[in-house]
Structure formats: C-alpha cells, structure tokens
Design a protein. Structure first.
Length: 69
C-alpha cells in the first residue's frame, strides 16, 4: 500500500537544551486513519507540531504525498 506521509527519526529540542522528542518515526498509509495515543506529556502535540512545521525539529525527514504543499 502507498504511504501518504512518512516521518523518519525526528527530534525536537526546546530552548536548545531539553530533548523532548527523540527518534520519532511513523508512516500513514493512503486511505487510512491514524491516531497518536499516549499519556499526558508523552509528545503527541509536539509530534504534530513538528510534522506541521510549527516547531523546529532536528533530523527532519518527511515524505509527503497529496494535493497539499
């Protein structure tokens, strides 16, 4: 099955000191619904902000397919 979004090994560092997300990878297949589940403070919002570009991420490697930029 084709992959609509692939994220490989991203890391987010706050204030250039605090590593809050390390080695996050995921793949979203075309036509499927994917959710992020986890406890408070697990990094769900940080992950989505990094993917959307609202947060600077280190080792940012994304592969996006679709009718969007």
């Amino acid at each position: 099955m084709a992959v609509m979004l692939r994220v490989n090994n991203i890391e987010v560092v706050y204030n250039e000191v605090i590593l809050v997300l390390k080695g996050m990878s995921l793949a979203v297949p075309e036509g499927k619904i994917v959710t992020l589940l986890g406890a408070n403070g697990a990094g769900k919002t940080t992950t989505l902000k990094a993917i959307s570009g609202l947060l600077k991420s280190e080792n940012r490697k994304f592969d996006r397919r679709g009718p969007y930029p």
